[in-house]
Design a protein around this ligand. Structure first.
Ligand code: DUC
Ligand code: ZN
Ligand code: ZN
Length: 472
């Protein structure tokens, strides 16, 4: 077994930073030592990584990805191989992807499909949440089985996409009651899809077909309304833990803050696109360009204060996690399906490679601290979804998932710059980050160094997750 020591760096956790040397033995962290202590103790290593002037942080944990998701008549363009390799390039060492039960299909079949897509293909470790596309007696029973036997302890329901993934309020309540019994976390896509479909049909009837109408037909009020409704349903179900995904709007965030203030086990995440991109600057680009940024929830107007509220929410822990909702589609043959009809554009943005970079820019810009960066991108996602302390912190016994981060280098993002996702464009074209992924280690193996990928598909293992470790 290889022993590696990472010396001279600043080790950063969710709660502080310290000068220290990290000793890795095989696949796990053996010790975090005071500088020079290893020599004093006569500890030797096979390999040494010099992290002078750099931060040593836990590997990123992105708990919201959609590799190969079937959507809108096509599939998300990253496979588990391409998507997890791009994640590695971005300092991410664990993803949690969404296995899909499509309406009319059994949960177990949907899960088996996901295992078949991922097994032997991943560059980094991975777990699954389960999307429940049809709440009934059988799928409820399957939910309990997955918690008890499969290491799947979180379930996503959709209040949007009628006829595809949609659950009505009665189905949501039943699934929440079931989760209450097994201890699982309910995850919610909170948008009022029934009302949205009416607005979409009316817009199309008026000849409003451009990508920007995607956002205009999904108003913030309908995100806030669904967020409120899901919170009330979780309360009625017995204060069942609820995690609202991809929050984009101030009004929805207010609902989360109020519920948390009232002591409910309600949590939320946002994603980089909602912190940096807008209706006017991206979705309203001329012609069909805006299709690159069609995702749900949608990008919001810059003339309100959604972005500053989301950053504040991150500081206040109203937003506990930043994930990506990585769901990439190429323009050619995929986004193009919606030429002349915005509602046929596959929904999604690819970001799994860039979350650590984009959120580090928030540190540089003074929006969040270095520790909060680590907390929202590494530690809390691991705790929220039952993977801590194996993932999310550099402590003895944890998996040696470690990123050496160089604050003095820069990263230029773009299709001809840093871009490893399987897409023909970048939603982040032209972004320049004041910092850079230097070295990435996954379970003790260096998988990125010197601007070179040294990992391999099949290195990544399936993580059976426990129950959330983040409840009040
Ligand atoms: N939102 C997206 O943007 N893509 C996939 C599914 C979703 O909810
Ligand atoms: Zn969603
Ligand atoms: Zn999603």
């Amino acid at each position: 077994m290889t022993r590696t020591i990472i010396i001279n760096g600043t080790v950063v956790s969710a709660t502080g930073r310290t000068s220290g040397d990290v000793l890795v033995d095989g696949e796990t962290v053996a010790a975090v030592l005071a500088p020079g202590q290893a020599a004093g103790l006569g500890i030797t290593a096979d390999d040494t990584i010099d992290a002078a002037g750099k931060y040593v942080i836990p590997g990123g944990v992105d708990i919201h990805t959609h590799m190969e998701l079937p959507f809108g008549g096509t599939h998300a363009s990253d496979t588990f191989e391409t998507g997890t390799t791009a994640a590695a390039w971005g300092g991410v060492t664990t993803i949690v992807d969404f296995a899909v039960q499509r309406t009319g299909e059994s949960v177990q079949d949907g899960l088996a499909d996901w295992h078949a897509k991922a097994e032997g293909n991943c560059a980094i470790d991975y777990g699954f949440h389960q999307i429940i596309g049809g709440v009934d007696d059988e799928s409820l029973k399957a939910m309990t089985y997955l918690v008890d036997h499969e290491g799947i302890t979180s379930f996503k329901l959709f209040m949007a996409y009628p006829g595809v993934f949609y659950s009505d309020d009665g189905q949501i309540l039943r699934a929440m009651q079931n989760a209450g019994e097994s201890g699982a976390m309910m995850m919610m896509h909170a948008e009022n899809g029934i009302a949205i479909d009416v607005l979409v049909a009316q817009a199309l009837a008026r000849g409003e077909t451009d990508p920007m109408y995607h956002s205009l037909t999904r108003p913030a009020e309908l995100e806030a309304e669904a967020t409120h409704r899901s919170i009330q349903l979780a309360k009625v179900a017995g204060n069942v833990p609820l995690y609202v995904v991809h929050m984009s709007a101030s009004e929805a965030l207010e609902e989360i803050a109020a519920a948390r203030h009232a002591g409910q086990n309600v949590f939320a995440e946002t994603c980089p696109q909602y912190l940096y991109l807008t209706l006017e600057d991206q979705l309203m680009q001329p012609g069909f360009e805006g299709a690159k940024w069609v995702c749900s929830t949608p990008l919001r107007t810059k003339h309100e204060h959604h972005q500053s509220d989301l950053w504040k929410g991150l500081r206040m822990n109203e937003l506990a996690v930043v994930s990506t909702d990585h769901c990439p589609f190429c323009m050619k043959d995929q986004k193009e399906l919606g030429l002349g009809n915005f509602s046929a554009i596959p929904n999604g943005i690819g970001s799994v490679e860039h979350r650590m970079e984009l959120l580090y820019q928030g540190v540089v810009n003074g929006e969040i601290t270095l520790e909060r960066w680590v907390e929202t991108c590494c530690t809390t996602p691991a705790r929220m979804f039952g993977m801590y302390p194996r993932k999310g912190e550099i402590v003895p016994g944890a998996d040696a998932d470690i990123v050496v981060w160089d604050p003095n280098s820069k990263t230029k993002i773009g299709i001809n710059d840093k871009h490893h996702m399987n897409m023909d464009h970048s939603a982040w074209e032209g972004f320049e980050i004041d910092g850079k992924v230097d070295t990435v280690m996954s379970r003790g193996r260096v998988i990125v160094e010197n601007d070179t990928y040294t990992g391999s598909k099949g290195h990544g293992q399936y993580i059976k997750r426990g129950l959330s470790q983040y409840l009040h």
